[in-house]
Design a protein. Structure first.
Length: 476
């Protein structure tokens, strides 16, 4: 059984949970010790104790540690990618890509540790100088989802440590393997005891214990809207700093003047790769009349060439759905869409393979309208619906007429429409002729409206959340 990490010690608990491979339900990845409320509180105690010393650590020390972590992740990308593919179901090239991303993020924040800067200003009062500096917040609680088991933890843990905070990390229940591997690398990097702690366990126990504890000074959360709202509500009484990245219902607009190949690539990649289990997936394909039939036909033809199967099989393009609950949600939404008048143009059926796994053929649903549930609620699976619209103005209206605002895309060769869309799309990220999913690691990531709350993640913008500003006045 793989232990949890508290105060620099690996600790085994009385209860372990099996990590099952969604591509092969007979394959147990490993068994992971479960933390309870008491262990979580001990981890918070350890992080609190370590915060003062780590907060005063010098930038070179932080740089060297983060660099060591990034180097090891990159050196082991194939092995860790295989672990990720096995526990989450991303196909191997995508999984290796995600691990690479995690390594790059640690290297980015290693360098940022050496760039911690402030401002020196003249005062409006004679003989007084002003310095504006950034300081650590203290103990940061990190609560992560299952769909990016190593990249999302990396883009929260690396900046937290870079800016001098200590961490209590709670991964999602379905993906303890990558979390454990990352904790092992961090532990061996030479981090002082208590600076990084790993508590594996259910959200309702471990996550809730973090929310309830006033010693947790900030929480960076990624997950569903419902859990995000819970994090916000629990944090308000403590006036705790929070950062919430939540769901999406991302539009991809395809205009008559789009390059058809580009549009098909954006739709297929954005909607179905990573089994559609990306918060930035394009789940609403909003297509103007003149290209609609050609586009739908070409997407269906392309889908017919893709193989769904075991994530570690080289022939596989789309891996399994992550678990039985998510699979039944996907299948339910396909049925709901059909019951409301949608036409299942391609896929949507369970696929049998040599191993017993959660294989679902990518579903393309046409003849849908913006008010249908399939176009208003996040499915989080390989399911995309097509909405036919008259022109660009109607497309923009439909794209924005939703409570979410994470990523929005457009395929067009019109500079006018691309420019207008970049300006008017109500989303944190806008994509022109590139898929809605797929971002760089060195620039801000996040959404608006119900998709996000708080300051941006990633790149230099991460310092907003992971540090606090101090203004000092000194009379000479
Ligand atoms: P989830 O909300 O079920 O779980 C997220 C995390 O919260 C898990 O670690 C879970 O254990 C924990 N949790 C659950 N109950 C809790 C509680 N009471 N207190 C504290 N923590 C608790 O989400 P999920 O199913 O793991 O992830 C899928 C969701 O994540 C989708 O909605 C997706 O859009 C979203 N997501 C968003 C982004 C983004 O950046 N916007 C990125 C990836 C995923």
């Amino acid at each position: 059984m793989k232990p949890i990490l508290i105060g620099g010690e690996w600790i085994t608990t009385s209860h372990g949970v099996k990590n099952i491979n969604p591509s092969d339900l007979s394959d147990v990845v490993d068994i992971y010790a479960q933390a309870g409320r008491a262990e979580t509180q001990t981890a918070i105690e350890a992080a609190t104790h370590a915060a003062t010393t780590w907060g005063m650590s010098n930038p070179q020390q932080r740089h060297d540690l983060l660099h060591r972590v990034g180097d090891e992740i990159l050196a082991r990308r194939e092995e860790l990618g295989a672990l990720l593919a096995r526990e989450e179901g991303k196909v191997l090239p995508e999984a290796i890509g995600e691990v690479t991303r995690a390594g790059q993020i640690f290297l980015f924040f290693a360098a940022e540790a050496l760039r911690q800067k402030g401002d020196v200003l003249a005062s409006t009062r004679p003989g007084v100088g002003i310095e504006v500096t950034r300081e650590p917040i203290g103990v940061v609680g990190i609560i992560a989802p299952w769909n990016f088991p190593i990249a999302i933890p990396a883009w929260k843990i690396a900046p937290a440590l870079c800016y001098g905070n200590t961490v209590v990390f709670k991964p999602a229940e379905l993906v303890p393997g990558c979390a454990w591997a990352l904790a092992d690398i961090l532990h061996r990097s030479g981090l002082p005891a208590g600076v990084f702690n790993l508590v594996i366990g259910p959200g309702s126990v471990v996550g809730q214990a973090m929310l309830d504890d006033p010693r947790v000074n900030a929480i960076s959360f990624t997950g569903s809207q419902a859990t995000g709202a819970r994090v916000a509500k629990a944090s308000l009484p403590f006036l705790r700093k929070i950062q919430l990245e939540m769901g999406g219902k991302n539009p991809l607009v395809v205009l008559d003047d789009a390059d058809l190949d580009v549009a098909v690539h954006c739709a297929v990649d954005g909607s179905f790769f990573s089994t559609g289990q990306r918060c930035t997936a394009s789940s609403r394909l909003i297509v103007t009349e003149g290209i609609h039939d050609r586009f739908v036909g070409a997407v269906a033809d392309r889908l017919a060439t893709l193989r769904v199967g075991h994530a570690l099989d080289k022939a596989t393009h789309i891996g399994p759905v992550v678990d039985a609950a998510q699979l039944s949600q996907d299948v339910d939404y396909i049925a709901i869409a059909r019951s409301q008048g949608g036409l299942l143009r391609f896929g949507g059926e369970m696929v049998r393979r040599e191993t017993d796994g959660y294989f679902l053929a990518p579903a393309l649903i046409t003849e849908t309208s913006p008010d249908m549930r399939i176009n208003r609620e996040e499915v989080f699976g390989p399911v995309a619906s097509v909405i036919r619209v008259r022109d660009y103005d109607a497309a923009l209206h439909v794209a924005n007429d939703i409570e979410f605002g994470l990523s929005a895309g457009i395929c067009t060769t019109s500079l006018k429409h691309a420019t207008d869309f970049k300006r008017k799309a109500q989303a944190g990220m806008v994509m022109v002729n590139v898929p809605t999913a797929g971002v760089d690691h060195h620039v801000p990531f996040g959404g608006r409206k119900a998709s996000s709350y708080g300051s941006r993640e990633q790149g230099t913008y991460a310092s907003e959340f992971f540090s606090v500003v101090k203004t000092s006045y000194t009379a000479a």
